[in-house]
Design a protein around this ligand. Structure first.
Ligand SMILES: Nc1ncnc2c1ncn2[C@@H]1O[C@H](COP(=O)(O)OP(=O)(O)O)[C@@H](O)[C@H]1O
Ligand SMILES: [Mg+2]
Length: 300
């Protein structure tokens, strides 16, 4: 049993995973995603294994792993690495197809909706004009988000038409192509917090409230974490959400709507879990290793 761990930076989470691997004597390699050069066409060999300090990765190098764990911090880097590995038949956590959906809020919302998992009302537009019409029609406040992103970056609440016009103009002028997709969502009057569930397969490993005076409740933005009690409805929505996107090691973010109850806001495919672990005492690194072993053996 050998694990390949792809990482960008050894953060709190990676440190804990590595320590747990060492303690349990699980064979593993650490693979720095800045050094990788994947050889996509190994029939044209010519690369030595190592050159100028850079590791050229032929399929054989990764075929030795029973499972590879992706901890890349940059979404596209992780996604493409996983796509290559899966194309070589290497098992990964998570699977590339799951990361492709969860890393993109549009695709996540579509998958949730398709599987009847409750989520906030969401509309997509491709031009500022169409976006303005959708916003006016939805009624203020409206939340607008980049379809790819995290830590609450560029997630904005639009309170009136003037703010909408200004923000849409800025996006149009400064726009990266991803900002030409307008992801618009009703604002949920949630109780000063959201809920984050860490899942591995069907198992809920931890659940926390992330509370903040600000409506954006990312811990990266200063929200505080407290344990969140599970109830049957929360367990059901979490499992259904995980299944809707294909399952794996995921953080499911849920917001509480005063009328409709639990709504799934988004799903993170490369979860940070420091807050979850500190607040609940759950041993996430060791559970993750158990889960990796399960995946390696083809059971998950
Ligand atoms: N529609 C919404 N209504 C109310 N609060 C929201 C809504 N969407 C997001 N939020 C708040 O903003 C935070 C960040 O939004 P999120 O969609 O999770 O983006 P990110 O991927 O950057 O974390 C959420 O954790 C939640 O607290
Ligand atoms: Mg989030």
């Amino acid at each position: 049993m050998k694990i390949g761990l792809i990482y960008s930076r050894v953060r709190f989470e990676e440190k804990q995973i590595i320590t747990a691997l060492e303690r349990r004597g699980v064979a593993h390699d650490l693979i720095d995603d800045r050094e990788i050069v994947f050889n996509l066409t190994p029939q044209y060999d010519g690369h030595p294994e190592k050159q100028h300090g850079v590791k050229f990765v032929r399929p054989e190098k990764f075929l030795q792993y029973d499972v590879a764990l992706d901890r890349a911090m940059e979404f596209t880097r992780g996604l493409y690495a996983l796509q290559i590995l899966n194309s070589w038949g290497v098992r990964t956590v998570n699977r590339a197809s799951v990361v492709a959906v969860c890393g993109d809020k549009l695709l996540t919302t579509a998958a949730l909706s398709q599987h009847n998992v409750p989520s906030p009302r969401t509309e997509i537009a491709f031009t500022p004009e169409a976006a303005l019409e959708a916003i006016e029609n939805m009624g203020y406040p409206v939340v607008i988000k980049p379809i790819i992103g995290s830590w609450g970056r560029l997630v904005a609440k639009i309170n009136d038409r003037e703010a909408a016009e200004a923000l849409l103009e800025h996006k149009a002028v400064l726009g990266h192509f991803l900002h030409e997709i307008f992801y618009l969502q009703e604002f949920i009057a949630k109780p000063g917090r959201d809920i984050r569930l860490i899942m591995m397969g069907d198992e809920i490993v931890s659940a926390i409230y992330r509370s903040s005076a600000h409506w954006v409740t990312n811990t990266a933005r200063g929200a505080t974490a407290q344990p969140c009690p599970l109830d049957a409805a929360l367990e059901t929505i979490a499992r259904n959400a995980a299944r809707a996107v294909g399952g794996g090691f995921l953080a499911i973010d849920v917001i509480e709507d005063p009328q409709r109850g639990y709504l799934v806001n988004e799903i993170n495919p490369t979860p940070e879990f420091r807050g979850s672990e500190t607040a609940t005492g759950a041993d996430i690194p060791n559970k993750l290793i158990d889960y990796l072993i399960q995946v390696a053996s083809g059971k998950s």
